[in-house]
Design a protein around this ligand. Structure first.
Ligand code: NAP
Length: 677
């Protein structure tokens, strides 16, 4: 029935309109085709009159045609330069997924039930691959932009992590919601053919030839790569599946990983009545009782042999079934890596109730999948996991998840510029004290200096830098200078204020300018800073004292995504919810008051936990706090006028805090802000 519906739709729509013919995406041979990985080097020449054999997309189009993912707009025409609508993209991905059956009609006001795209649209929405277009619509006929298409593919792939930065010159123009996807696509060669001189042009509508190229690179790259987990060790996939929803995913995972498969079988099987929700049946009662431990039939005999355990389960009432608790408590899992994966209809991922049941295990945040998830999605997720590899020299070679390179002591910003990850803050330093502090820092190897118009010391900072250049200590390009413009009259007259900062510093260009605080004129001020970036007078932009709500409202109103957010962060005020939110946007986080700020440093540096850890490593409390920040992916700019302290604050790379020490410091959080903003 479904095939007939598709075929009729092809005829109808192709008859009516050729170029935007969505149904032309249906395989010409009227056959349901699942995308299979193509053996390396395999190609097939497409027979389209508008696809020359030497065109850059010819191989990709041949691949997509061969695998039934895309076909021509007619038997002889592919229309590689034509755009592709969001409904077409949904159809292509639905087909790539093996055209899973769909029971729901589309919920969008512009999606017609029973149309050629309706199954695909319902499937894409239900699996959170394509969200609505606004106002309850799907944007059925809206052309997909490049960043939309890449984001949709990224969601299809299970939102894998990519690199910390995208190697494209216009990364800053990528919308905040698309940043992670573009970084992933860039890291995996998926943007090939969509960049020109490293320019991606994210807002340009994607063309059919580019879509073919994107899918070709995605499928050929992701299906040929080998998963990294359990390098040097053995992996077990253990799963519980009362209704056979989790089972296929566990089987895929075991196959992909080359792992042993173990089913957690209850001694007393669950009947349909046991599983009926809100009947006070067995599952209801167990989930309401955190001490319930349903017995398991049999056990894993050789658990000691496994280094990594992938643990699969459904979500019942928002949590793993209690039999998973029984499983975890039955073994000594200390030192093993546990990677949960769960299935649910609508609940989110959940592992918080079970993590404490495997003391000493290394838990990796896993993923929730919808029932019927494809093998390729599971494979992409597994390949994207960053599991511990044996024998890594963390102190010298670690690159943190925030993209910090501990060898070069720097991070590459989304603007493409490199910034040191430790620097000097100059708040409250004035006159000679400020000049001396900055020069002392530069002589100690510090290459990041933070100032602000409001600190009233830009002239002294500029003077110190110019003197250090004249004395041959640094070149201008060696040092990264941040300054800020202030709310009120400065942001009301931004061009004037920005130029005044440049004049006071008098060091040519400014590496980064921040808006010091949110203000009613902040968007206008930011837009003015964008113009200075275009003129080459400022290199990167950022914000200070912007938290989740402020970012949510601000980001959609500006073109260039900020490269950095500077907020108060120290062990007594940790912002553990805000930091990952900002980092996930591809924005670097920098902490002010890293040592608690003047008036608070004594208490923080004297904290028993911190000084105990410092003693264990033979370093100072200040160094422990600064290193803790770096390991969390937070850039540090401690303030000091004391040359010994300044030097000490650079010596952060010869030791590493253990996970347990990081956890001890994390536990010191008091949500205690040391300034009002
Ligand atoms: P901080 O770095 O938390 O603390 C500075 C204090 O720590 C100074 O009293 C300094 O004294 C002491 N100190 C530094 N290194 C030390 C060490 N190794 N051992 C013992 N004591 C040490 O506070 P901050 O300077 O106010 O903040 C850091 C920077 O963040 C500022 O300078 C500024 O650039 C920035 N900031 C930004 C905002 C914003 O709204 N964006 C707000 C506040 C601050 P000595 O001089 O004796 O070393």
């Amino acid at each position: 029935m479904k095939r007939l519906k598709f075929s009729m739709a092809v005829c109808m729509i192709c008859f009516l309109t050729m170029t935007s013919c969505s149904a032309a995406e249906v395989p010409a041979n009227d056959k349901d085709v699942t995308a299979e990985p193509l053996a390396a080097g395999t190609t097939q020449t497409a027979t389209f009159s508008d696809v020359p054999a030497d065109a850059w997309y010819a191989e990709a189009i041949a691949y997509c045609q061969q695998h039934g993912i895309m076909s021509g707009t007619s038997a002889t025409v592919f229309a590689p330069e034509a755009t592709l609508t969001r409904a077409m993209l949904a159809t292509v991905l639905h087909r790539m997924s093996g055209t899973p059956a769909v029971s729901d009609a589309p919920v969008f006001t512009d999606a017609v039930a029973g149309s050629w795209y309706s199954d695909a649209v319902s499937w894409a929405a239900k699996n959170s691959i394509i969200s609505g277009y606004g106002g309850g619509t799907f944007g059925v006929n809206a052309p997909a932009t490049r960043e939309q298409a890449v984001t949709i593919l990224w969601r299809y792939a299970g939102e894998p992590e990519g690199s910390a930065v995208a190697d494209i010159s216009d990364a800053a123009s990528v919308s905040a919601w698309a940043q992670a996807a573009v970084r992933w696509a860039n890291a995996n060669g998926i943007l090939e053919g969509m960049t020109n001189n490293r320019r991606f042009d994210p807002k340009t509508n994607i063309k059919r030839g580019e879509v073919a190229s994107m899918l070709y690179h995605y499928l050929s790259n992701t299906t040929s790569s080998q998963p990294g987990p359990a390098a040097g060790g053995k992996t077990l996939v253990a799963y519980f599946s009362a209704t056979n929803t989790t089972r296929p995913l566990a089987e895929y995972a075991a196959d992909i990983l080359g792992a042993d498969l173990y089913e957690i079988v209850p001694e007393v099987p669950y009947t349909d009545a046991d599983l009926a929700y809100y009947t006070n049946g067995r599952a209801d009662r167990e989930q309401n009782d955190s001490t319930a431990r349903p017995a398991i039939s049999g056990s894993v005999e050789n658990m000691a042999d496994y280094d990594a355990i992938f643990l699969g389960y459904p979500i019942w009432h928002g949590q793993p079934p209690r039999i998973i608790s029984t499983f975890l408590e039955s073994y000594d899992l200390a030192g093993k890596t546990i990677v949960p994966f769960c299935t649910s209809h609508s609940s989110g991922y959940s592992d918080s109730s079970i993590k404490s049941l495997a003391p000493g295990a290394n838990w990796i945040t896993g993923r929730r999948f919808a029932g019927g998830t494809s093998r390729s999605t599971v494979e992409e997720w597994i390949n994207g996991l960053n599991l511990p590899q044996p024998a890594v020299d963390a102190v010298t070679s670690a690159t943190s998840k925030a993209g910090f390179n501990f060898e070069t002591k720097s991070v590459t910003l989304n603007s493409g510029y490199e910034m040191p990850i430790n620097g000097l803050g100059t708040y409250s330093l004035h006159d000679k004290t400020c000049v001396n502090a900055v020069k002392s820092a530069l002589a100690s190897g510090v290459r990041l200096i933070d100032t602000a118009s409001a600190y009233g010391n830009e002239e002294e900072v500029g003077q110190a830098i110019r003197e250090a250049i004249d004395e041959g200590i640094i070149k201008r390009e060696d040092v990264f200078v941040i300054t800020k413009i202030y709310p009120g009259s400065e942001m009301a007259n931004p061009e004037q204020s920005i130029q005044a900062c440049l004049d006071r510093l008098d060091i040519g260009y400014v590496d980064m300018m921040l808006l010091h605080h949110p203000d009613r004129n902040d968007v206008k001020a930011y837009q003015a800073m964008e113009k200075f970036v275009e003129e080459g007078k400022i290199r990167s932009l950022g914000l200070s004292n912007w938290y989740v709500e402020e970012l949510e409202s601000f980001l959609p109103r500006v073109t260039v995504t900020p490269a950095l957010v500077q907020n108060e962060i120290h062990p007594y005020y940790q912002e553990n919810d805000v930091i990952p939110y900002i980092q996930d946007l591809g924005i670097v986080v920098q902490g002010w008051y890293p040592l608690g700020g003047r008036g608070h440093t004594a208490e923080l540096l004297g904290d028993e936990v911190i000084s105990g850890i410092a003693k264990a490593h033979g370093v100072s409390s200040a160094q422990v706090i600064l290193r803790w920040n770096l390991q969390k992916g937070v850039v540090v700019i401690p303030g000091s006028s004391n040359p010994d302290h300044i030097k000490e604050n650079t010596e952060l790379y010869g030791f590493e805090l253990t996970d347990a020490e990081m956890a001890q410091i994390n536990a010191l959080d008091r949500n205690e802000k040391h300034d009002w903003y």
